[in-house]
Design a protein around this ligand. Structure first.
Ligand code: GLN
Length: 231
């Protein structure tokens, strides 16, 4: 996302994608990218971290490989790197997204694709929680700020935080780019526009986002892609 101005790349916003955060951190360290990433976070321009990107943005992480890993930080929360288990425990779930629905319309739930996904264990006072994922309580190993819910005749469930926002930072534990529902993208685009209209971003910068063949903000053109099926 961005344009060029004065020989430098002028970014209006940044997405740090999913992947594998230890490897990404090693590469970022090798290429000396951390200072520029931290600098960018501090500019107040929108940054969206998905999955490993969420881990990158967190101020604190647990469940790291021995020796830990460097983080970009900025988001006042603690993440667990592999909260939901290993790769084969990846799953899909409908999560309730009240704020997203109020801003973007559409269904009250969002199909979250969780691939060896992290979760947010606790958040600081400036962090807004945008989505929880319900999981059976007996599967939750870390529960510093999870909320127990008990419905009649059902197993107790715990609500685990999976999407947060703190000022310019948006973070999702799941992969919105793997579904045809573009509301998170559209929401992020609005954060970018608001920032630009606020005047602190260069007028030469530009934002182009496309999801497969579907431009963000247009009608959904494709059905959801079933990558991982929940059981
Ligand atoms: N849990 C992975 C990590 O540690 C992230 C997985 C993902 O980005 N899909 O980086």
């Amino acid at each position: 996302m961005g344009g060029r101005g004065g020989g430098e790349v002028e970014l209006s916003s940044l997405i740090i994608p999913g992947g594998e955060s230890t490897t990404m951190a090693k590469l970022a360290e090798y290429h000396n990218l951390f200072p520029a990433l931290r600098e960018f976070v501090k500019t107040g321009k929108p940054v969206w971290g998905t999955c490993a990107g969420l881990i990158f943005l967190a101020d604190r992480a647990v469940g790291q490989k021995e020796g830990g890993q460097e983080l970009v930080g900025g988001l006042d929360c603690t993440v667990h790197r592999n909260f939901f288990g290993s790769q084969i425990q990846s799953f899909e779930a409908d999560i309730s997204v009240p704020l997203l629905t109020s801003k973007e319309g559409g269904a009250e739930t969002f199909r979250g694709v969780f691939i060896r996904a992290p979760a947010v264990l606790d958040v600081g006072p400036d962090v807004e929680v945008l989505a929880h994922c319900p999981v059976p309580s007996n599967k939750v190993l870390y529960s510093s700020s999870t909320v127990q819910i008990q419905e009649e005749d059902a197993l107790p469930e715990t609500k685990v935080i999976v999407a947060v926002k703190q000022r310019n930072l948006l973070a999702t534990a799941f992969h919105p780019e793997l579904t045809a529902d573009t509301r998170w993208h559209s929401y992020f685009m609005k954060m970018t526009k608001e920032m630009e209209q606020g005047g602190s971003s260069s007028s030469s910068s530009s934002t182009i986002v496309s999801v497969g063949e579907t431009s963000v903000g247009t009608e959904l053109a494709k059905p959801d892609i079933p990558i991982y099926l929940s059981n």
